[in-house]
Design a binder for this molecule. Structure first.
Ligand SMILES: [Zn+2]
Length: 373
């Protein structure tokens, strides 16, 4: 039976959209974005006739809030169900979706469509600092060239083009791409060292800038593209950079076919979009799963930090522990007040480890256990 995905309740109206986003961002009930209070008894849903949709009041800090606060939906006049439609379309279109297309579908201004899609791209940025690869892991590193740098003329070779470095973790299927100045060792090596665990087996082509990889990582295998070698076996191990090449082909077809004119200034935004789609497509199956687009809860680090730290200081906490949310949406920091009362704070996933560590290192907080994974 045909079941068109856009007829799902969250895409139809505001009631469905709020219910959907609340169930995703607050799987354990509402949490106050002002003070971090997640105690259901100290939060009430406002239900007056003229009350704004989805409005809650926190009885710890006495401030009102909705699920849109602290997310990419904040301070936007666009109805939430239209936001969800655009997110869905961007996640489900392998090569991206043109801003003009969004404009035609929503019947909105070009400016609105542009604002929307760039905000969504911002949320798609992978904030993870965890190294790729690891023991037994394989990471492919490869570069490609796209478009033309601002203020250059077309010549032979790659000098006038924008260079992109992509790292692909073969096991997890995750990709991280970087807009780089050039392809010398000085451009490439610091990024690889920063993003890949030392225990990783690296695979690249025979580019001279990779000559030092072998001494920095577990191993370094190369394929010789100049001699038309793309795949080779070492025992049962597949030596190739084809996973990376596959990513580049989707990226290039999207950039040429859909986003025809992308200036240098915006390239990193499009890279974030293609990375997100590629990385999630590997781990999730089906359109429904792709919709679970957790990254939309992107509090800025500063904001999240001040919220959480303030909360900690104001409660003079006696001890704490970090729990991983079972749904892995973000990290829950559970702290015990001197009264014995447990208080749970929700930390956005992207920055959670850093914030949690900072909180637990405060002299007023005694750590019970630490599970930051
Ligand atoms: Zn509050």
């Amino acid at each position: 039976m045909v079941n068109p995905v856009l007829s799902a309740p969250q895409f139809q109206d505001e009631e469905g959209a709020f219910a959907y986003v609340e169930s995703r961002l607050w799987p354990h009930g509402p949490a106050c974005p002002h003070c971090g209070n997640a105690n259901g008894k100290r939060i009430r849903k406002m239900a007056g006739k003229t009350t704004r949709r989805g409005l809650y009041k926190c009885y710890e800090c006495r401030k009102p809030f909705t699920v849109r606060m602290g997310t990419i939906f904040e301070s936007s006049h666009l109805p939430l169900h239209l936001w969800l439609q655009v997110i869905h379309l961007m996640c489900a279109s392998k090569k991206g979706i043109a801003t003009r297309q969004i404009q035609r579908m929503l019947v909105c201004s070009m400016k609105t469509a542009w604002f929307l899609t760039h905000r969504i791209r911002k949320a798609m940025r992978d904030g993870s600092l965890a190294p790729m690869g690891g023991v037994g892991g394989i990471v492919e590193s490869d570069e490609t060239f796209i478009g033309r740098k601002d203020g250059t003329i077309k010549r032979r070779g790659h000098g006038h083009k924008n260079a992109v470095l992509s790292l692909v973790d073969r096991k997890s299927g995750k990709v991280r791409s970087f807009y780089i100045d050039g392809t010398s060792a000085a451009d490439v090596m610091p990024i690889i060292r920063k993003n890949v665990a030392k225990e990783t087996a690296m695979m690249t082509d025979e580019g001279g800038h990779y000559s030092r990889l072998g001494s920095d990582f577990q191993s370094h295998e190369t394929v010789n593209h100049k001699a038309d070698e793309y795949v080779r076996y070492d025992g049962d191990r597949l030596i190739t950079t084809n996973t990376g090449e596959n990513y580049f082909s989707v990226f290039k077809r999207g950039m040429k076919g859909v986003y025809q004119h992308c200036s240098e200034k915006h390239l990193h935004r499009y890279l974030a979009e293609f990375d997100f789609r590629y990385s999630t497509a590997q781990e999730l199956h089906g359109l429904k799963a792709k919709l679970d687009f957790w990254s939309w809860q992107q509090l800025s680090h500063a904001q999240a930090k001040s919220n959480s730290l303030q909360a900690v200081v104001s409660h003079q906490l006696a001890g704490g522990e970090v729990l991983t949310d079972p749904l892995d949406t973000d990290v829950l920091l559970s702290l015990t007040a001197p009264t014995g009362e447990k208080i749970t704070y929700r930390l956005p996933k992207a920055e959670s480890r850093k914030i949690a560590e900072e909180i637990l290192s405060l002299p007023s907080v005694k750590t019970n256990s630490e599970d930051l994974n």
